[in-house]
Design a protein around this ligand. Sequence first.
Ligand code: GLU
Length: 306
Amino acid sequence: MNSYYEQILKEIYHDVQRLKDNGIVAQYIPELASIDPSKFGVHLCTSENENYGVGDHEEKFSIQSIGKVLSLALAFQQKGEDLWDRVGVEPSGNPFNSLWQLEYEHGKPRNPLINSGAIVICDILCSLHKHPHSEFLDFVRKVAGNHSIEYNQTVANSEKKLGFRNAALINMMKASGNIHNEIDEVLNLYYQMCSIEMSCKELASTFLLFANHGKLISSGEQIITSSMAKRINAIMQTCGFYDEAGDFSFKVGLPGKSGIGGGIVAVHPGKYAVAVWSPRLNKKGNSVRGMELLERLTTKTGLSIF
Ligand code: GLU
């Protein structure tokens, strides 16, 4: 056992827990607004598959935008470099559901980790698969090494009912020719992808794929090429935190992705994947405690990718 990580995680978890948690739980998805804001967990999984967790690290939560990395991985695996004809790789510097930039740039989203980009990725998956919902879930389960991973249909439905901005984004892209399937079919997949539930433990072990150059730790199977894993990590580094990606990079120094369910996952290539969950979010939509804890983790260990 690498008690080094265990000791540091315990220490920083308790330090961060003592700080005032002044964010607010995301309100715009009714089903998520009622979550207990005091939930707090962290789990780190090393590339030797050693596991360390503190707090609510085994409790499932809605991974939301973190799922965008997994849909990107599946689409990239299947479509290769052609993917970049439909979606860019530049940080947006804008909120995740921003409309004006998409209009200005003729319906080609800046990157696959903002809503418009993830919706295009879902459109690509709808074109590639006969049963995209089950095939995407099978992919996630395989990477997670866990067949119990599920969508939460109640969360997906709750979001779809009020997802007016996402409807605007997809309609704008359809008008520009960047959506090839039926709007409803693509949005259904998008909302299901966002509704996946995982615990910090499950999330960290799923994201080991990106820490392990695209190979499953369990079987050694190469799921995506090491070049693809490197590129996905680069996109997480520059685009993974809405319009706060620079700040996360500056303070934490790891590729990662956040979701409005309060989760954050970060990857140290060759070393570990770590997931934190705390539902109170800052103004940019990132977990307040999650950001703080990860900053302390890389500061204490002196290990970041820089
Ligand atoms: N399902 C959310 C949306 O489309 C995801 C947002 C997020 O986690 O950033 O608005």
